[in-house]
Unconditional design. Structure first.
Length: 286
């Protein structure tokens, strides 16, 4: 039974119902070091919540440093910069890229480190945004179906898109871990950024490939539907990845957008009151 770190992520109350959020990371069943990292950053003045998952690559220590730096730097830059949310998210990722590169240049033991990153910027009054580099993913569960909103920047995903490999072949391909884009590798980072239209009842999952590479999408959906508590969903997902081999570090952050509260129609209630009053008034005196 895996024990997850930091399963509770408290946050502010949103006027229309606070998104329920929980995240956890686990080293897995095979590896000695957890190179995944995740974070949550609340900006109460802007009514924004930023969620980040990063999966470090390279070296014994490097991957761990790169993923933590990515989470911290992106969280800091999105909060402290000015501009539209999508512009702040884009420049935060670019800035994190520069910082990781600089750090690797300063410290030869960190040479070759890099990290994937997937970010979900929840904005209360406006569009929310997803940005990613590498093969960490964002899923959306809505109306009984699951959809991946990010496209892996990996060799295998590219070969599947181009029809060279089938999904089934890709699952067992030894090149699964080869990613084509990462933070901290080049001066210019190429990131994908897109709008996310939140709807009440939506569930979002940010995760590293140690989760989506070991559990099928249908199983993710089944586990996400199984519990109404995000902490329980995250725990179940990590346990499922470990039960499936746990060959990699596993990280998941679950966001539940609350359903609106059912409100009894005011007119119906007032109408019934009026009817009762009329019935009293028209009752004949004896
Ligand atoms: Ca991984």
């Amino acid at each position: 039974m895996p024990t997850a770190e930091d399963t509770d992520l408290p946050g502010p109350i949103w006027a229309r119902g606070e998104p329920r959020i929980a995240g956890a990371t686990h080293v897995g069943s095979v590896r000695q070091v957890n190179q995944d990292a995740f974070g949550r950053f609340d900006d109460e003045a802007r009514s924004e919540i930023l969620l980040v998952v990063a999966d470090g690559l390279g070296g014994h220590l490097g991957g761990e440093v790169a993923s933590r730096m990515a989470v911290e730097r992106i969280g800091e830059f999105v909060r402290t910069s000015v501009g539209d949310p999508d512009e702040r998210l884009r420049s935060a990722i670019e800035q994190a890229n520069d910082d990781i590169l600089d750090r690797a240049r300063e410290d030869p033991s960190l040479d070759g480190m890099g990290t994937t990153v997937v970010c979900l910027l929840l904005v209360e009054d406006g569009r929310s945004w997803v940005a990613h580099v590498g093969d960490s993913r964002l899923y959306r569960l809505r109306g009984g179906s699951i959809r991946c909103l990010t496209e892996d920047h990996s060799l295998i995903a590219t070969l599947v898109r181009e029809g060279v490999l089938t999904e089934a072949q890709a699952r067992d391909d030894p090149r699964r871990n080869q990613i084509l884009r990462a933070l901290g590798v080049r001066e210019d980072v190429e990131l994908d950024l897109g709008a996310v239209e939140l709807q009440p009842g939506d569930v979002y999952l940010l995760c590293s490939d140690g989760l989506h590479g070991l559990i099928e999408d249908e199983e993710i959906q089944r586990l996400a539907d199984h519990s109404s508590r995000p902490e329980a969903v995250v725990k179940d997902l990590i346990e499922a990845a470990n039960a499936a081999g746990g060959t990699d570090n596993v990280t998941g952050v679950v966001v539940q957008i609350p359903e609106p509260m059912p409100i009894e129609p005011v007119r119906g209630g007032a109408g019934r009151l009026l009817e009762r009053a009329r019935a009293l008034l028209t009752r004949p005196f004896r």
